[in-house]
Design a protein. Structure first.
Lengths: 211, 211
DNA sequence: TTAAAATGTGACTGACCGGTAACACACATT
DNA sequence: AATGTGTGTTACCGGTCAGTCACATTTTAA
C-alpha cells in the first residue's frame, strides 16, 4: 500500500519530514475537513500520515483532543484570513466590509490544498462540526459557539464603526449571508451556487443601513 | 370487509399503534433530525420504536434506503410549509416573500415535536445531511442537491414575478439568508442568533431590487 | 377455524470503532 | 558502551456498526 518516500534518516527529518505529531495533525485536518469528523477514524488518520495508531495516542490523549485542536486551528486560520482581508483598509469600515465579502469568494482557494480533489468546497469547518458534535459535548460545542459568536461580534462592530442605523441588525444580516454561503457551498461546486451573489447582497444591505 | 389489504392498517393507525414500518420511520426521522444520521444506528432506531432490527430490515432494504425516504419526506414537509406560508398572498409576490421570511422564525416550532427537548433547533435536515453524506453517495447527495436547487428556483421565480432588477441575484441573496438562518440555528437556541434579523434583511434586499 | 401474514427473539457475521499493552528498533547524546 | 527518546509493530480489549439467519409467536383475514 504505502511505499516509503525514499527519505533518508537524518537530513530528511529536518528538511521534509516533520515530526510525527505534526504529520498526524496535518493529515487529520485535511481528512476531517473533506470527509467530516465522524467519518474519519484514528486508524485511517495514522495510516494516511504514514504512521500507526500507537504513535497517534502518544501525541494526542484522545480523538476528541485532536478534534478540539483541529477546530481551534481552523478558527485561527479563519480569523487570520479575515484580518488579512481587512488590513489594507484600516479606518475605513465600509471598505473593510466590502473587501471581506469580495475576498469571501476566494476563501475556498485559501483553505483548500491544491491536491484536495473535492468537487465542492466543504464550507466552514467549524460550522460543519456543529452538525456532527453531539449535544452533550461541551468542549467541542463550546469551541464552535465561541467561534460563531466572535464572527457575530466582529460584524456588528464593523457595522457600528460604519455608523449604520441598527448596527446589530446589519451585522447579523451580514452574518446570515456569510453562513449561508458556507452552507450552500457544501452542495454547489465552488462559486456556482447562490454564494456568487454574496458581495452584491452585502453592499445592498450596507447601503440600506446608511441611507 | 373489503379485500384491500391496505385499508385495514388505517384502523390500527387511528387506534394508536401504527404499523411497525411507520413507527420505525417516525422514530428514525426524529432521531436523525436531532442527532444526525451517522450518529444514529439501526439498532437504536428499532429499539426506540419498540421493535427490533429484524423488523427494521423487513421494512427497509438498508439504512441508506431509510435515509433516502427520510430526506424525501423532510423535503415534502418543507415545501408544504412553504406553500402554506405563501398561499394567502397568491398573486402578490412581494407579500409572499415577506410572509415566507416572517414565517421562517416560527419554522422551528413547525418542525420540532413538543417533546423534542433539544436546546437548539437543528436547522435544515437536508442541509445537515449534506455534511454527513460521503461524496460518492450519489443517491443521497442527489436528493439534497435537488432540494436546494428547488429552493433556489422558487426564490428566483418569486423575485422575477416581483419585477425585481436582477431577479436571479435577489433570489440567490434571499437564499443565502435562509440557508444562513438554518446554519446558525445549529449553534444558537431558537431565534437568539442572527436569524432574528432575517425578515428585516429580506425586506431591505427586496426594496433595493425594486428601487 | 385455520392459514397466512406480520412481528418478535437471540444468535451470528465481518468489519470497524476508540483505545491500550508489550515489545523491538533506530538513533543521538553522553 | 550506555542510556533515553521517538517511533514502528503486532496483538488485543470491549463495544458498536450494518446486515442476516432460523425459528417462535402473535395478529389478522378468509
Amino acid at each position: 500500500m504505502s511505499a516509503k518516500p525514499g527519505a533518508e534518516s537524518a537530513k530528511a527529518e529536518e528538511v521534509g519530514k516533520p515530526r510525527v505529531r505534526d504529520r498526524i495533525f496535518e493529515t487529520a485536518s485535511d481528512l476531517f475537513y473533506r470527509h467530516g469528523i465522524r467519518a474519519v477514524g484514528v486508524d485511517a488518520i495514522a495510516q494516511e500520515a504514514g504512521t500507526n495508531k500507537m504513535s497517534f495516542y502518544r501525541s494526542f490523549a484522545s480523538k476528541d483532543d485532536l478534534v478540539a485542536e483541529y477546530l481551534r486551528d481552523q478558527e485561527k486560520e479563519y480569523f487570520a484570513w479575515w484580518d488579512e482581508a481587512i488590513a489594507p483598509y484600516a479606518g475605513n469600515p465600509r471598505r473593510q466590509l466590502e473587501a471581506l465579502f469580495e475576498a469571501y469568494l476566494d476563501l475556498a482557494k485559501f483553505k483548500a490544498k491544491a491536491d484536495c480533489g473535492c468537487k465542492t468546497s466543504r464550507g466552514c469547518a467549524l460550522g460543519n462540526a456543529a452538525v456532527e458534535i453531539p449535544e452533550d459535548n461541551e468542549l467541542l460545542g463550546g469551541i464552535v459557539h465561541a467561534y460563531k459568536t466572535e464572527i457575530r461580534r466582529r460584524l456588528r462592530k464593523l457595522a457600528r464603526e460604519l455608523g449604520a442605523r441598527e448596527p446589530d441588525t446589519l451585522g447579523d444580516a451580514l452574518m446570515l449571508l456569510m453562513e449561508g454561503g458556507y452552507y450552500t457551498r457544501l452542495t454547489y461546486p465552488q462559486n456556482t451556487g447562490p454564494v456568487a451573489a454574496i458581495a452584491r447582497a452585502a453592499r445592498v444591505l450596507i447601503d440600506a443601513h446608511l441611507a
